[in-house]
Design a protein around this ligand. Structure first.
Ligand SMILES: [Zn+2]
Length: 410
């Protein structure tokens, strides 16, 4: 059930007391005293990705190290990753939320969950694993990759639920088609997230794999997936408001917006022990819907994400900032500052990121390209293709250069 206002206020005050007592970062910036109404939530300062970086690795933890039993980390962002911690209770709460996510498709003991999210520092693999086990489903921890084996497992072990990134779901759909395996599959539902995806993609995935596709939401800063999920009406994602407090604000002024207005999603974790987060600026654009959903869920919805308020790109589940690619590429002697990032999504392929950059003058362009690729891979762990062009080859614009060309249908 969605918590009543009074209960939410109680949770907020308990959270404020707790972080004031344990996290110097919050102690120094939070207003004194208790909240007397939820309207005062907007007086609580925002937390940003920069705050996570500045307090890397454990500065935002609210419990002693002995109580932390797990950490996960985001990868790919500039320099320092985001570290999030879990106590035993946090893992319990997380698995409860993940069970709720999978529950949107009625997942139960008769189901076979093929979990093709990456296991490791990334939150997706472990999150879905715990949720599926909690429901008593059979979990196949395939992790991501090795596409042919995924199709074999899907067919031979009778997977009924698939969990992975939407771009990987498309890759799997193509492989299924190639092997003519569609009629042997028992898939009925899939949970896809960690990347932006469109309704067009949903149709392709559903057709290719013969399942109902559910959009999910979560992020490392808030502990991973399990913040919300679509119901079978697919008209927005219900946010688990007993765990997370959603707001939508004007990205410029930070002012709270009314339900129905598009802005930036801000989230507070009300119950997490090790890594509580207050008013996190997600930079994701959406709309908060307070109209009841015909499914009867007590939780309000956010609409499918409508892009970002910053220039961050999400490629294969990794966060990439164009400025970061620029600084890496400029470190390679012989390359100029004229560059363009091209993101593409093709059949049978994961999303690709190509960096087109001009050389300064006469140079061994292939060699320069190889060096730049290596540098990007070593720095942010993302495989990219670097195409080095002769000087003057890229289009010049009069105003703001078009640095990013996103050919994906988002
Ligand atoms: Zn609903």
């Amino acid at each position: 059930m969605a918590p009543a206002q009074g209960e939410l206020l109680g949770r907020w005050n308990e959270l404020l007391d707790r972080v004031r007592a344990t996290v110097p970062f919050y102690r120094d910036r939070l207003p004194a005293g208790r909240l007397t109404s939820l309207a005062q939530v907007s007086d609580v300062p925002f937390t940003t990705k920069e705050d996570f970086r500045a307090n890397y690795p454990f500065g935002l933890f609210a419990v002693p190290a002995e109580q932390v039993v797990r950490v996960h980390m985001s990868s790919g962002t500039t320099g320092r990753p985001v570290v999030t911690g879990y106590t035993r209770t946090d893992l319990e709460l997380w698995s409860e939320c993940m069970a709720r996510v999978l529950g949107a498709a009625g997942t139960g003991t008769a189901d076979v969950v093929q979990n093709a999210y990456g296991y490791g520092l990334f939150t997706g693999g472990f999150g879905f694993h715990m949720g599926a086990e909690r429901l008593g489903a059979l979990v196949i921890p395939t992790s991501s990759g090795v596409t042919q084996r995924q199709v074999m497992v899907m067919r031979d072990l009778g997977s009924t639920i698939l969990t992975c990134t939407p771009s990987y779901a498309l890759v799997l759909a193509e492989a299924v088609e190639r092997e003519g395996a569609a009629s042997d599959l028992r898939l009925r539902a899939g949970f896809f997230g960690a990347e932006p995806w469109s309704e067009g993609m949903r149709a392709q995935i559903e057709r290719g794999l013969g399942l109902e596709a559910f959009d999910i939401y979560g992020l490392t800063e808030l502990g991973g997936p399990g913040v919300g999920v679509e119901c079978t009406h697919h008209e927005g994602l219900h946010v688990f408001e007993d765990h997370f407090y959603p707001e939508v604000v004007d990205p410029e002024s930070g002012r709270p917006l009314a339900p129905g207005e598009e802005g930036e999603l801000v989230l507070t974790s009300l119950r997490r022990e090790a890594s509580p987060v207050l008013r996190y600026r997600t930079r994701d654009r959406t709309v908060l819907v307070d109209k009841p959903c015909s499914c009867g869920s007590p939780f309000r919805r956010i609409l499918k994400l409508r892009g970002r308020t910053d220039d961050m790109l999400v490629v294969r589940g990794e966060n990439v900032f164009p400025s970061q690619i620029e600084s890496i590429v400029l470190e390679v002697e012989g390359l100029s500052g004229n560059y363009q990032l091209v993101i593409d999504r093709q059949v049978r392929r994961l999303d690709s990121l190509e960096v087109r950059v001009e050389a300064h003058a006469e140079a061994d362009r292939e060699e320069l390209g190889r060096r730049a690729e290596e540098r990007v891979r070593d720095t942010i762990g993302l495989g990219v293709r670097v195409t080095v062009l002769p000087p003057g080859a890229l289009p010049r614009s009069e105003g703001k250069a078009r640095r990013v060309v996103d050919l994906r249908e988002l």
